[in-house]
Design a protein around this ligand. Structure first.
Ligand SMILES: [Zn+2]
Length: 145
């Protein structure tokens, strides 16, 4: 199995955003610093997450990103699908007339993993993280109104 680095950063970013206090936002600069990324690179990932309806940005000096779905409804699969698309990881490269047995097994295994990831919610990770390093995260958030 292989996931792109973008998925890696997207999952970490979403968990950070879920730890923010209600109505608070955080800027791309702070999010990028936390993960040692260039803001330009992270912006592309944030744009995907925003297009997918998982986050939204608010303009202005105190603007930034926040989660735009109910916090307890965002699964790992939601984020992965948003970044990677929904196509299968494995594709048979042969030309079988009657379908590929190998692809069938691989696709079934992948489906099991997808089902699993769709039942794992980022909020649970966020709660754990919040307890560990709440100071660093809240220190960088912009207070909402
Ligand atoms: Zn095949």
């Amino acid at each position: 199995m292989k996931y792109s680095k973008a998925t890696n950063y997207a999952l970490h970013t979403m968990v950070y955003l879920l730890t923010l206090p209600r109505n608070s936002t955080i800027g791309v600069q702070s999010l990028a610093e936390m993960q040692n990324l260039s803001p330009t690179y992270l912006s592309k990932i944030l744009t995907k997450l925003a297009k997918g309806g998982l986050i939204e940005s608010t303009p202005g000096v105190k603007g930034g990103y926040k989660v735009s779905k109910p916090k307890d409804e965002i699964s790992f699969l939601d984020v992965i699908k948003t970044v990677e698309g929904d196509s299968n990881l494995f594709h048979c490269s042969m030309d079988h007339n009657e379908g590929c047995m190998i692809e069938r097994v691989m696709t079934e295994a992948e489906q099991n993993m997808k089902d699993d990831l769709d039942n794992k919610f980022l909020i649970d990770i966020a709660h754990d993280m919040e307890e560990k390093n709440s100071n660093t995260i809240k220190g960088k958030a912009n207070e909402g109104n």
